[in-house]
Design a protein around this ligand. Structure first.
Ligand code: NDP
Length: 292
């Protein structure tokens, strides 16, 4: 292996320790506990698991959490009423609506209702709009892309002036990751399912961020020698040697890419742990903003 391994698990643990120390200091000063409200609609097992790991992280870091579990057939009006009540509740600092919502609900309207000061997922149109405009500061940046940038910074990767290629343009990862790279003065190419000659574009990347949800899609010989590779993908791949019958792999063929890249995130243990760490950081900051 020639690439430096970017240890997301260790870096996330440092972020969590810093957040826990700041939360403890607030508690000692008698300030309200930073508290995250999670809103889970329906009974998707993966969404329930994500919500429970977010609540667990709050407890571990000395922060509060409140979960609202709602039936899958809840009406738009009832969900909007709940968001309005969480916006008004002074004991709640951050509101996270676990996505995706059931298809009868209007996700855009729900996200738009979350107060900008409580939008710890950074998905409200105001925060995304500010991220997209020069000279405007979002209060919160989406957690997974923020984690990608944090990993690059911690690994000493120069972002300014670099050519960043982002694979994927989803609202939650690819698009905000590209905006963040642009805000940091990288030159950005965004690729998606209709992009022609992907390998040639990937080859130009000093920084490659991949979020497409396609197991081991990016091959080692596409990668520019010395590039920083951030693999956001989480895919399960059949593996008879595992008790579960599968193992997790990223969107990049790690075994090939590690021989070419300058640094690379593994899957698991790369970007994944950063997402919750950034959410905890955002929730703490929401409490700090709301103190003022
Ligand atoms: P989406 O399915 O919402 O978006 C995928 C994007 O990839 C789309 O923009 C799509 O293009 C593009 N794409 C798909 N196939 C190709 C291809 N063959 N070539 C080029 N572009 C392609 O996925 P998400 O952004 O939500 O998630 C991406 C991956 O990241 C998933 O594996 C997911 O599990 C993981 N993830 C990990 C997180 C973490 O914490 N580590 C958090 C969130 C996601 P188009 O727009 O044209 O359809």
């Amino acid at each position: 292996m020639t690439a430096q391994l970017i240890d997301g698990k260790a870096i996330a643990a440092q972020v969590r320790a810093e957040v826990a120390a700041r939360a403890a200091k607030r508690n000692a000063e008698g300030k309200p506990k930073p508290t995250l409200a999670t809103v889970l609609v329906g009974d998707r097992a993966d969404s329930a698991a994500y919500v429970s790991s977010k609540q667990k992280a709050c407890a571990e870091l000395g922060m509060g959490s409140l979960n609202q579990s709602l039936p899958a057939d809840i009406s738009q009006a009832e969900l909007e009423k709940l968001i309005a009540s969480l916006n008004a509740d002074k004991s709640v600092h951050g509101i996270l609506v676990q996505l995706p919502l059931p298809s009868h609900l209007n996700e855009e309207r729900v996200l738009q209702l979350i107060g900008v000061e409580k939008d710890v997922d950074g998905f409200s149109p105001i925060n995304i709009g500010r991220l997209a405009q020069r000279g405007r500061e979002p209060l919160f940046v989406p957690c997974t892309p923020a984690g990608c940038v944090y990993l690059l910074d911690k690994s000493g990767v120069q972002i300014e002036g670099a050519h960043a290629v982002v694979l994927g343009r989803s609202n939650i990862v690819g698009m905000p990751a590209a905006l963040l790279m642009m805000a940091r003065n990288a030159t950005v190419t965004v690729c998606h399912s209709r992009t022609q000659d992907l390998p040639a574009l990937v080859k130009q990347a000093d920084i490659l961020i991949v979020a497409i949800g396609n197991a081991e899609f990016v091959r080692g010989d596409w990668i520019k020698p010395g590039a920083a590779v951030i693999d956001v993908g989480i895919n399960s791949k059949p593996d008879a040697t595992k008790k579960s019958g599968y193992r997790l792999v990223g969107d990049v063929n790690f075994d090939e890419a590690k021989e070419v890249a300058g640094c690379i995130t593994p899957v698991p243990g790369g970007v994944g742990p950063m997402t919750i760490a950034m959410l905890m950081q955002n929730t703490l900051r929401a409490a700090e903003i709301q103190d003022a």
